[in-house]
Design a protein around this ligand. Structure first.
Ligand code: MSP
Length: 524
């Protein structure tokens, strides 16, 4: 039976249009979803929009619109972006949908039934921009305004509120963070530095509030605004937007109907998040679920943030990059490739046009594009466009094939560990080795001197290209489909397992055409 895999992006706030940071999380999740499909797993890939809360309500008000009409409009930009980015999501969830409100209410009822929720009074500092509460010692003050560590201004809030008994679940969370790899109850927070950070944060909280742990409980309802999911049985309250938002991951899997076909995907295999929202996903979310008797997600991958040409991306600096414009300028696959190649996943990185052009020109157009073009043009010209028969591996290509045999494992291990950049580096090492091989063997010169050897060399190069193109599909789906077409690989022979079956010699190959267009690099 096929194994199931469930991968998610965060759901995006609809207070503004999508930018390249959003595109990044989505593309990374898409690569993993596609990779798992390539491995033959049954995958469910979810993305969507987070539409409730004060931040969105305020954005709607600023736009002079009713929140529902406003969220309908902005959510559509994110839905359109899934097409622009070539995302292979199986569903797109909006938190204003009826199915989601039903799931939130059911989860709330379950928590209440299990006595995990109590009514109290909230008094403290709230940052609307982060939709988060902060302790007084976390704040800094400038010109009479207090700010959260994220830089968001906070306001004093005092209102009746329901609380969730978070304190009760913290020791259990620590136990699960530290379980060994492969243990079914492990909550795998990646990269490791983030796991240590979250663990230290929980430990510190437990230490600081050892004699009054209920201080660690969190407020999960608000009464000062109405744009949210109503608390069942107490409609003066709306649910805290993070409880509402996080629940999307089980809504889409069918919750509360745990006999739904999709429920087989839960618990999620991997939540992709940015480093700013790790705590919500690794502390609140698993605690809510455990408290409701539901298994928490297996893994949370946290990536870093992009700066733009060395600066923080912000509206006031006017340097917010629209992913739609980038795709129009550079093409989708070069952008997808660049985002995952340039920066180790998990670290912060800088987005610059020059770096993008360098990657595109050097690695895609020169290294991969030329290898494909040279090989396929020679087959076209010198072999009447027919794939030469399989040939024996000789001393000359021993190294190349030794490396290629390991490539599947290297790429797979690195993608599983969210090291997308290393996976790509391994693939490109194979491409570079193949380029040295073609130069050393000079098949163009063998046509006159040793035609059988020429055919053997071209067949070996074809094998390298097929393997590389197959593995790069999750990163550059459109371009790799074009390359696999040019390589004569049938549509049903493009997954990893199919690599074990060589294409028959004599397969007719279409005339090749260039895969990548070079970009002019402006002198600086
Ligand atoms: N709505 C919440 C998530 C709820 S998930 C249950 C949210 N939305 S967001 O739109 O503000 O951010 C979504 C994602 O975009 C986050 O993972 C965040 O880290 C990412 N990014 C926002 N700006 C970014 C960069 N400059 N660089 C990289 N990623 C960035 O948070």
């Amino acid at each position: 039976m096929k194994q199931t895999r469930y991968v998610t992006t965060p759901i995006y706030y609809v207070n503004d249009k999508p930018h390249v940071g959003h595109a990044y999380t989505s593309v990374a999740a898409d690569v993993l979803a596609r990779w798992w499909r390539l491995q033959g797993h049954e995958v469910f890939f979810l993305t969507g929009t987070d539409e409730h809360g004060q931040k969105v309500e305020k954005a709607a008000r600023d736009a002079g619109m009713d929140p529902q009409a406003f969220t309908d409009r902005v959510s559509q930009h994110f839905r359109d972006l899934t097409g622009t980015l070539g995302l292979s999501n199986d569903d797109f969830i909006r938190t204003t949908e009826a199915r989601h409100k039903a799931a939130c209410s059911a989860l709330w009822d379950e928590l209440a039934r299990r006595d995990e929720i109590y009514l109290g009074h909230y008094e403290g500092w709230y940052a609307v921009r982060d939709e988060a509460f902060y302790g007084p010692d976390e704040l800094t003050e400038r010109d009479g305004v207090k700010y959260a560590p994220s830089g968001a201004p906070v306001e004093w809030v005092r209102e009746p509120s329901y609380f969730f008994r978070l304190s009760k679940w913290l020791p259990e969370l620590l136990r699960r963070f530290d379980l060994p790899e492969g243990h079914p109850e492990r909550i795998d927070v990646q990269p490791e530095a983030r796991r240590n950070e979250v663990r230290a944060f929980v430990q510190q909280g437990l230490k600081d509030f050892a004699d009054k742990p209920e201080k660690l409980d969190i407020s999960i309802s608000r009464t000062s605004f109405t744009w949210g999911v109503k608390v069942p049985g107490d409609e003066a309250h709306v649910m805290y937007v993070w409880l509402d938002a996080l629940t999307n991951y089980i809504t889409a899997a069918g919750y509360p109907d745990t006999s739904a076909e999709r429920w087989k995907f839960w618990p999620a295999s991997a939540h992709f998040v940015g480093k700013d929202i790790v705590r919500f996903h690794t502390i609140y979310w698993p605690a809510f679920l455990m408290a409701a008797g539901i298994a928490p997600a297996k893994r949370v991958f946290a990536h870093g943030w992009w700066t733009i040409e060395g600066q923080k991306m912000s509206k006031s600096l006017g340097n917010v990059i629209d992913p739609v414009a980038l795709v129009a300028e550079y093409g989708l696959d070069p952008l997808r490739y660049f985002l995952l190649r340039e920066v180790p996943f998990g670290s912060d990185g800088d987005f610059s046009r020059k770096a993008l052009a360098n990657r595109l020109n050097g690695e895609l157009a020169d290294a991969l594009g030329n290898l494909a073009n040279r090989t396929l043009s020679l087959i076209q010209r010198n072999c009447e466009g027919k794939l030469p028969a399989e040939a024996q591996v000789t001393e000359a290509e021993k190294d190349l094939f030794q490396y290629l045999d390991l490539l599947n494992i290297e790429v797979s291990t690195n993608i599983e560990a969210q090291s997308f950049h290393l996976a790509l580096e391994h693939v490109f090492r194979a491409v570079r080795t193949a380029n040295s091989y073609i130069t050393a063997q000079a098949p163009w010169a063998l046509k006159k001197t040793d035609p059988p050897r020429m055919e053997a060399v071209l067949r070996h190069l074809h094998s390298v290209l097929r393997r590389v193109a197959t593995m790069l599909q999750p990163f550059m789906p459109g371009t790799m489909a074009a390359l696999l077409d040019q390589l004569g690989v049938p549509a049903d022979a493009r997954d990893l397992a199919a690599l074990a079956t060589p294409l028959p010699g004599g397969t007719a190959l279409p005339p090749p055409s260039p895969l990548f267009r070079k970009i002019e690099i402006e002198a600086t």
